[in-house]
Design a protein. Structure first.
Length: 169
């Protein structure tokens, strides 16, 4: 496989990973938005408390989706490490998401239902999602060492075959 082919393969894998992560995130978004609005409007809880509860429920949903679908081929040997890191980075995302909500609601005085939902579920969640994607793929759901070794070997053999064919022609 040439460098160009290897790059194409890696790019295809990244696009598939982003699509799966996005699908899991979409389900998490729906869970997050429903729980948030139920907490605020049905249980009459404060917006940031509602946001934290909603985000915590969505984190559980997202863990299941990411573990068993998006990153199902990742290294499964360190589950307690994986769950600890997932919760740590999800917690940072929770702070980002609800920090934007708190700033908008209490700091800037945007207190309407629409403003709260935009702050939490669009701006805060958008920033937190970028952070979570990077941290999950970098630290939490890492590829198995065997898969990396196979891809390296295939790349090496592919480059070697290309060189041999070039010499013959």
């Amino acid at each position: 496989m040439s460098e160009r082919g290897a790059l194409r393969t890696r790019l295809d894998r990244l696009v598939r990973e982003l699509a799966k992560f996005g699908a899991v995130g979409a389900v998490g978004f729906v869970v997050n938005a429903i729980v948030f609005n139920v907490c605020v409007h049905y249980f009459d809880l404060a917006v940031v408390r509602s946001g934290v509860i909603a985000t915590a429920v969505a984190i559980g949903t997202n863990y299941l989706g990411n573990r068993y679908w998006t990153y199902r081929s990742s290294d499964k040997r360190g589950r307690s490490r994986e769950l600890t890191l997932f919760l740590l980075f999800s917690g940072v995302g929770l702070v980002i998401e609800n920090g934007v909500l708190a700033l908008s609601h209490y700091g800037l005085g945007f207190t309407s239902t629409l403003a709260d939902n935009v702050a939490k579920n669009v701006i805060g969640l958008g920033i937190a999602t970028v952070f979570r994607f990077w941290s999950y793929r970098t630290w939490v759901f890492r590829e198995t060492p065997e898969r990396d070794a196979v891809e390296t070997a295939e790349s090496f053999l592919g480059d070697r075959r290309t060189v041999q064919v070039d010499r013959v022609t």
